[in-house]
Write a protein that binds this ligand. Structure first.
Ligand SMILES: Cc1ncc(COP(=O)(O)O)c(C=O)c1O
Length: 442
């Protein structure tokens, strides 16, 4: 499909799949199999020598999962993609593959709580130090925060939960001037709203659990690479390590990932080192569900953006219960010009607001929502609400929440596909119900 340059909406339902290769099945079949017959000893030899492309064992590759990988690579304009069992697996394999053996990752302070907590609890034990950027909003100063052993900059394109936007192109330029890649967690945006590689990103990671799939029924992750970064620039000696398993069978010479897979060394190294041995494989049924979800990506995201805008504007008028609203397209948002620059299709389906009232009132409000689900996921077809400081970011200590700009009264909404009037009516009655806490206090 790639050479025909089909539009995004055509690619999202067709890319990476040729029905003639699958008994003319219109929907990608679920290859529910552990392994694949080798046909012959010669074929097995070719597979193990990477001389032919084929299936071997579902932990490292599966035809249904392969369609998802190929489709996502085409949607994001990537050289290659690898699907994994969760978004956390995508982030951890990416950072380990970058800083294996020790190093630093310079990260945005505006991140999903699980990412931030894992950065504190786990990575230092693997010799990887995480530095929180003090100037992520000011790329000129950011340059001074890159150390000789910094291996990458890591950001979220639309941050969870506050929908912070960053100047991706300027950050990518800083990274490249210093010989390091920019990694973008594009979970909230999805490739329908933003394709980070077009703005200079080198690696894109996703939790496909969220808007990519969009139906709240799988856990999945993806890593994509642009194919343009120079991994031989001296900062990544592990990419040049030569392995027996990658040997050239005609000469018996051991080869590195850069030699054996020059077009996609990053994701291939993840596949045969990390996925192969750490094993967070995505099952074919979940890949199938992700593919079905992707078919309606644009339609869902457009409607979610529309509902997020309506809810944000309505909340802004409810100053009786709302202290502030964060949605990048609002006229008073500090991110409005970045929203215009980077997000022509809309600045995402999540928004946050500060509840005006005490903790008890806030809890009454959350208990009172009826239609909207009180729930930690995002990007679902259903509208979801959550008090992020207590759960999605509940692992963070107060100083970490402050650094991430997650104030205690923050409530996050992930807009779904419902009639916006019903959503507003639900919020309205829940605000009123929160008053009951005051009556009980009397
Ligand atoms: C921005 C972001 N990245 C990564 C993750 C982790 O994804 P998963 O739950 O699929 O492991 C999440 C989960 O909420 C997220 O919001």
């Amino acid at each position: 499909m790639a050479e025909k340059q089909y539009g995004f909406d055509t690619r999202k339902v067709r890319a990476g799949y040729n029905s003639a290769e699958h008994n003319y099945a219109i929907s990608p079949p679920i290859y529910q199999t552990t392994a694949y017959d080798f046909k012959s000893v010669e074929y097995a030899k070719q597979l193990f020598a990477f001389e032919t492309v084929g299936n071997l064992y579902t932990r490292v590759g599966n035809p249904t999962v392969g369609v998802l990988e190929a489709r996502m690579a085409e949607l994001d304009g990537a050289a290659a993609a690898i699907a994994l069992g969760s978004g956390m697996a995508a982030i951890s394999y990416t950072l380990l593959n970058l800083a294996e053996g020790g190093g630093r990752i310079l990260v945005s302070p505006y991140l999903y709580g699980g990412s931030a907590d894992s950065f504190k609890k786990l990575y230092p034990k693997f010799g990887i130090q995480i530095d929180y950027a003090k100037h992520i909003d000011d790329p000129a100063k950011l340059e001074g925060e890159i150390a000789p052993d910094t291996k990458a900059i890591f950001i979220e394109s639309i941050s969870n939960p506050s929908a912070v936007l960053l100047d991706i192109r300027a950050i990518a330029d800083v990274a490249h001037r210093n010989g390091i890649p920019l990694v973008v967690d594009n979970t909230v945006a999805t490739p329908y709203l933003l394709r980070p590689i077009e703005h200079g990103a080198d690696i894109v990671v996703y939790s496909a659990t969220k808007g990519l799939n969009g139906h709240g029924n799988i856990i999945a992750g993806l890593i994509l690479e642009s194919g343009k970064f120079d991994w031989a620039n001296g900062r990544y000696p592990h990419f040049a390590e030569k392995y027996y398993t990658l040997r050239d069978h005609s000469t018996d010479e051991h080869r590195s990932y850069l030699e054996a897979f020059p077009d996609a060394p990053f994701t291939t190294r993840i596949r045969f080192n990390y996925l192969n041995y750490f094993g967070a494989a995505l099952g074919p049924f979940d890949a199938y569900l992700a593919l079905v979800g992707l078919e309606t990506l644009s339609e869902r995201l457009s409607k979610q953006v529309e509902n997020a805008r309506i809810i944000a504007e309505w909340l802004r008028r409810r100053t009786d219960y709302v202290e502030w609203v964060r949605y990048p397209e609002l006229s008073d948002s500090p991110y409005r010009s970045l929203a215009e620059q980077y997000f022509p299709n809309g600045a995402g389906g999540i928004l946050a607001f500060g509840f005006r009232g005490d903790e008890v009132q806030r809890e009454y409000f959350l208990d009172a929502v009826e239609l909207i689900n009180y729930h930690v996921n995002i990007g679902d077809a259903r509208t979801l609400i959550v008090d992020s400081p207590n759960n999605t970011h509940g692992e963070l200590e107060p100083y970490e929440k402050e650094r991430a700009d997650v104030p205690p009264n923050l409530i996050r909404i992930s807009a779904g596909l419902e009639d916006p009037n019903d959503l507003i009516a639900d919020l309205d009655q829940a605000f009123l119900a929160s008053e009951r806490s005051k009556l009980i206090a009397i």
